[in-house]
Design a protein around this ligand. Sequence first.
Ligand code: SF4
Length: 165
Amino acid sequence: MNSERFWKIVKIYNNLMREAIDGPNCTDLSICHGDCCSIKIDVPKILAEEYIRRGHATTDDFIRSNIFSLHLRFNDKTGKCFLFDKKINGCSVHGSGIKPPQCWIYPTNFSIPKNEEIRCKKVSGWKIVDKEKAEKAELLLKEYITFCENEANDEILKIELVKNL
Ligand code: SF4
């Protein structure tokens, strides 16, 4: 997959998920404290470079991983991903169109049994409002994962080559 296809996938996926899911207002402090961002997320290098280019991150915000190429730095003081922004009580790349695809999945995933409203860690009211868009997004996520795994394998090979010089 080339980088053009990668960006197409990430952007279409972000749009589909934004429209497919509805739920409580996570930026309302009385509802949410960003508990779902207390996880470690992997991203491909190409996405990390774009976060740096757009000013969301610096090189110190990424740690080498063997799942995808890089981990987003976990802020031990806040117990959250470094992209969680206390001021907006939410993810600083939420509306960027290039939020890490995995982050959209919680708590609904791509389908909900019987399509009932479900709960996250704090509150109920999450639902899928457009099943078709969620299904399309699920297919795109598979392509995204394949890209990320291939990129990570290439990165490991490059590191090995440098080590053996
Ligand atoms: S990238 Fe954003 S949504 Fe995902 S864990 Fe980090 S702060 Fe939360």
